[in-house]
Design a protein around this ligand. Structure first.
Ligand code: SF4
Length: 253
């Protein structure tokens, strides 16, 4: 498949969020305009998103910038899925992906075999086996714990199915990441994950870990520890295997 054209190299001096120069973004319906009170915040993040986009594209990722989650969903349903026509799909734990409504939308297409490894009606062993099978789907969706401005995806997993898919397996990986995941570099990414995302995630999942009490990582040895495997994607191999959608909204943890 063709790689999208490069985005503008220089950030805009003013105005609303700029998108990557790709067909889907051009055809996407304009997002609801933020109120003037928040425009400066969107402008601030737009510059950082453009920096990350440029670096990611240099690293052979495909990268889009969209204004909000609705636009990300539209991009997936109207451009990414039709252009790849996956026969199977699955996803890793991602609040942003879940919130996008894409789980229901993809199931509703009726043309894709969906491996819902988060179906709580299934026994744990079956879901774990499905997560192994999900490493061989055509299209895998996930979020990212952090995206660096120098163009890397940084993730930390409990089980490893999500970071496993980012490293190898699915033919295509689509990453949805809110602007709050964008950080300067690897040190900040790891700090963000261990000092914020992981403790907050442990709280969300009601794990029996010390960070629930302190809100700081204690580098625990708990059986419930959710911090077991790091994966850093510095480049996408093969080129364009990983497609990142940066969203100019605060999303997920
Ligand atoms: S290592 Fe343990 S204490 Fe630290 S964030 Fe992860 S689960 Fe919490």
């Amino acid at each position: 498949m063709s790689h999208p054209k490069k985005s503008p190299k220089k950030p805009p001096k003013q105005g609303g969020p700029k998108r990557s120069d790709n067909t889907a973004a051009k055809s996407a319906k304009p997002a609801a305009q933020p109120g003037p009170a928040n425009q400066h915040r969107d402008d601030f993040w737009n510059i950082r998103l453009l920096t990350a986009q440029e670096a990611l594209e240099k690293g052979n990722f495909i990268c889009h910038i969209v204004s909000d989650l609705a636009e990300a969903r539209k991009l997936v349903l109207e451009t990414i899925i039709p252009s790849h026509q996956p026969e199977s799909a699955s996803w890793g734990g991602s609040m942003t992906f879940k919130e996008s409504g894409l789980v229901e939308a993809i199931k509703g297409l009726g043309t894709i075999k969906v491996l819902d490894t988060y179906d709580t009606s299934l026994p744990n062993e079956q879901r774990l086996e499905m997560r192994r099978q999900a490493l061989l789907v055509d299209m895998f969706f996930t979020g990212s714990n952090a995206v660096t401005e120098d163009g890397a995806l940084v993730n930390l997993d409990m089980i490893g199915n999500r970071v496993g898919a980012l490293a190898f397996g699915p033919k295509k990986v689509v990453v949805l990441a809110g602007r709050n995941k964008v950080v300067a570099g690897l040190d900040e990414a790891m700090f963000r994950i261990k000092e914020y995302a992981a403790p907050a995630n442990a709280m969300k999942l009601n794990k029996k870990t010390p960070c629930l009490k302190t809100s700081h990582c204690q580098d625990c040895s708990s059986e419930d520890r959710i911090c077991n495997t790091w994966v850093i994607n510095e480049k996408s191999w093969p080129k364009a295997r990983i497609e990142v959608i940066l969203i100019n909204q605060d999303l997920g943890l």
